[in-house]
Ligand binder design. Sequence first.
Ligand code: MN
Ligand code: MN
Length: 469
Amino acid sequence: MAKKEEKSKNEQLQKRLFLDKKSSWSEYSEKQKAEAFAFSDKYKDFMGKSKTERVCVENIVSMLNKNGFKDIAGMKSVKVGDKIYKNVSGKCIIAALVGKDNNRWQLIGSHVDSPRLDLKPIPLYEDAGVALMKTHYYGGIKKYHWVNTPLSLHGVIHTKSGKIVNINIGDNVNDPKFVIPDLLPHLARNQMERKAPNVVEGEDLNILVGSIPVDDKKIKEQIKFTILNYLYEKYGIIEEDFFTAELELVPSTMPIDVGFDRSMIGAYGQDDKICVFTSLMALLDVKNPKHTAVGFFVDKEEIGSVGDTGAASFVLQNFADDYLNLTGLKIIKSALFERSNSISADVTAGLDPNYKDVHDARNAPVLGFGISVEKYGGGGGKYSTHDASAEYMNYVRQILDKNKIAWQTGELGKIDIGGGGTIGMYLSRYGMNCVDAGPAVFGMHSPCEISSKIDVYTSYLFYRAFLQE
Ligand code: MN
Ligand code: MN
């Protein structure tokens, strides 16, 4: 008997001492799991209509407007409780709910762009009885993912005559789609010898767009002619207008449930619209926050946070100027930044059972084990990351524990095997606290990324609790 008691004491001690990694599905009640499923349905709906950064920002704006947020353009002042946003060129949004103690921000940053194929400035040509368009891929993709899969065309064209034409072809069931046909296996002996980055070459990512020639012997490129004529009659555009366009090809498939138990979601662009949606919902649901709750939805992360709508630009500084002017706060911008806390909300790589050798299994986030809070990302030697402080990690842990939110920690892959950046390093350089936190996914940057519904839900819960602080 005594021996048994002793064991039970050690078991108790073990429970206190050991880090307990377990599935969030077994930590949450039936009611909470039902909430996770219902929340995920709203998320899938958002994802299906937010495939590109432009439409994603449009949808964010419409949700902000419905929830009482107002564009700061033309505003003279704001007070505690006001809900505001700034739209930067239709590709980046900063929204804020002014808190009681408004000289500090609680900011969550996520990115609205995802890897895709963009049309080149002179895309259209005909060859071998078909018309095609040339693309230039955007972000880090495995090029062979993008062949033999139905693609939709989204974007905007500014015509020479001054018209703005919005394009959205392929997402509806009856829409035509665009496809890049891969080489048949019968003739692929040489192709199969190539290394994976060259199995499909960048210059071979050409989409099929038509095949009917005009019946006129005097015209040299008869199929190209019918395509340009179709585009002119339907949209009023000429070939030169592709030069003043932004047209993006994204997978046509809509978000799906994955698994017999429907516990997972398959969708294009979950990196990082999973964090866009969950942090946006958190911002809409937060009530009377202590400090000013800020949602920063930023573009261009996938190509290094560059450009005037990327996190490496001054968009956030510019918004801070606006904020200080509108609130009339008597502090300098650097003081605001240095007092503020931020979350770099982005996805991480889940421990993949098919590729376990790329992870340190002891330090890899597991799909379905809750939001993953990661001290650093980057690559071997902690390059290209921000490495959050122990003090800030503990601040975040207290929020997680206080609100009973399922969470885990880890890092992205084994040392020296690769790596990945986030906007975290651009947030932390303002002098504000920052840590990466987001759900783990499988198949990141593929046309069908996989997430867990419970991780989507715990991310939302954490972001909401963080903004409430
Ligand atoms: Mn990302
Ligand atoms: Mn990414």
